[in-house]
Design a protein around this ligand. Structure first.
Ligand SMILES: Cc1cc2nc3c(=O)[nH]c(=O)nc-3n(C[C@H](O)[C@H](O)[C@H](O)COP(=O)(O)OP(=O)(O)OC[C@H]3O[C@@H](n4cnc5c(N)ncnc54)[C@H](O)[C@@H]3O)c2cc1C
Length: 402
């Protein structure tokens, strides 16, 4: 699909109308992607996206933008590979630059168990369509000479790595391109409008109560990131989700080009270079569940130490900014998409620390479910009822930093 009207039109935020076919709560990447796909793939435009703050102001505007499909289980590899391939075509499809940049992702192992994990990752990726190979230490040195394979003697040495063809993209540009694509086709987007309640008709959800009043809906979709347990609770749905803070920081500009994304599963961190030349660092979630958006010195100190030990050139850089998002963590580290058991109320959640890469596929499949009533094959394993059916999808490849 390559349909983007040539004529410039002025896009305006909407004053919500009295009713819509679909109301999507949350104007992050997932909510807007659902709206975009409803409009572009199914011609459904009686759609309102309600956003409490500004679009992309949640995790979608706070992440470290890694796009990859090197997951640990077949269901996830197939899903994320589809999303990765959609990202490769999204600039052309939307007609909007997203600074999509293909990057190799080196995922290092510092232990025998880590080597087995990365070999297994490469094997399952190759079997299910993702481009991942296993590298020995001399191949890692050739791919990224900046890595100190001995880790300065401060951490166990690098014993091997998987190498995956991933990418990065500008997160705010992705969000705005999807919003614009949806709005051009008639979707309404209402920022600074919080959903404070759901309207029930027996066991069915038939609308939302917002800070701008009551709005009726055929279907309400929750795409609220880390706030999901509160919204689901309004529908009477109990979710196996805990919200944890996740922090990241960025340094000043490194004058040389640094091509790969370097991650260590054993040391629990990853590093990449932004389009501006800054070094961007991420790590594991804060252990304590909370809705805090505060940054901690502990994380800054321990993540800097790990990064400098493995990539000594970073010693000369300075930290510019540190920030935090709220991650909706599922117990099996896999997303939860689709029906909830409550008529008229669907969810997309459990995107944890890995949902940016899933924005194209997540929106496409949720839109398909809403428009046709049929759950797409690649989305089916991620249903909420997998927990009661004992069909969880434990995926240690999903975050890689826990
Ligand atoms: C520091 C950090 C680094 C990350 N790095 C990566 C990465 O490298 N790669 C990757 O794939 N993923 C990464 N992620 C995860 C990724 O950012 C998220 O999974 C993804 O952005 C989730 O998108 P979303 O649309 O579901 O949620 P969000 O972007 O959080 O959007 C939810 C929106 O809902 C709104 N909202 C909440 N409650 C209400 C309400 N009651 N009424 C109306 N609106 C409401 C919020 O204001 C928010 O804008 C990272 C996350 C963080 C925090």
């Amino acid at each position: 699909m390559n349909e983007h009207p040539e004529a410039e039109i002025t896009l305006r935020w909407s004053e919500p109308e009295a009713s819509y076919d679909v109301i999507i709560v949350g104007g992050g990447g997932h909510g807007l992607s659902i709206a975009y796909h409803l409009a572009t793939r199914h011609d459904i435009t009686s759609v309102l996206v309600v956003e409490a703050g500004y679009i992309g102001g949640g995790n979608s505007g706070r992440n470290t933008t890694v796009i990859r499909a090197n997951y640990g289980i077949p269901e996830a590899v197939r899903f994320y590979q589809h999303s990765l391939e959609r990202y490769r075509r999204l600039e052309e499809e939307t007609g909007r630059a997203m600074m999509h940049d293909r990057k190799g992702l080196l995922w290092m192992a510092h232990s025998e168990a880590g080597v087995r994990r990365e070999r297994a990752r490469a094997a399952v990726n190759q079997a299910f369509g993702a481009e991942t190979t296993y590298l020995e230490p001399d191949e890692i040195a050739a791919a990224c000479p900046e890595i100190d394979l001995a880790c300065g003697g401060g951490f166990p040495e690098v014993m091997g790595a998987s190498f995956h063809q991933g990418a990065t993209a500008r997160h705010d540009r992705v969000v705005w391109a999807l919003a614009e694509g949806a709005m051009r086709r008639g979707v309404h987007v209402a920022p600074r409008t919080a959903v404070v309640g759901l309207v029930h008709d027996g066991r069915r959800i038939v609308g939302v109560e917002t800070s701008a009043g009551r709005i009726a809906a055929g279907i309400v979709v929750s795409a609220v990131g880390g706030n999901v347990t509160m919204l689901a609770d309004m529908a009477g749905v109990r979710l196996p989700i805990k919200t944890h803070p996740l922090q990241a920081f960025v340094t000043n500009r490194y004058q040389h080009r640094f091509d790969p994304i370097v991650a260590s599963g054993d040391l629990g961190f990853y590093v990449s270079q932004t389009a501006r030349g800054q070094m961007l660092l991420g790590a594991e979630i804060d252990r304590q569940p909370s809705y805090s958006r505060g940054s901690t010195h502990d994380l800054l100190a321990s993540l800097s130490h790990r990064a400098i030990t493995v990539l000594p050139f970073m010693r000369d850089l300075r930290v510019l900014r540190q920030w935090t998002g709220s991650c909706d963590m599922s117990p099996d580290y896999s997303p939860i998409m689709g029906d909830t058991g409550v008529d008229g109320f669907l969810i997309t959640t459990g995107w944890g620390t890995w949902g940016f890469k899933a924005i194209p596929a997540g929106g496409e499949f949720m839109a398909q479910r809403i428009a046709t009533g049929v759950v797409p094959e690649l989305m089916a394993p991620f249903s909420l009822d997998r927990f009661e059916r004992d069909r969880t999808l434990a995926d240690r490849g999903s975050s890689g930093t826990h």
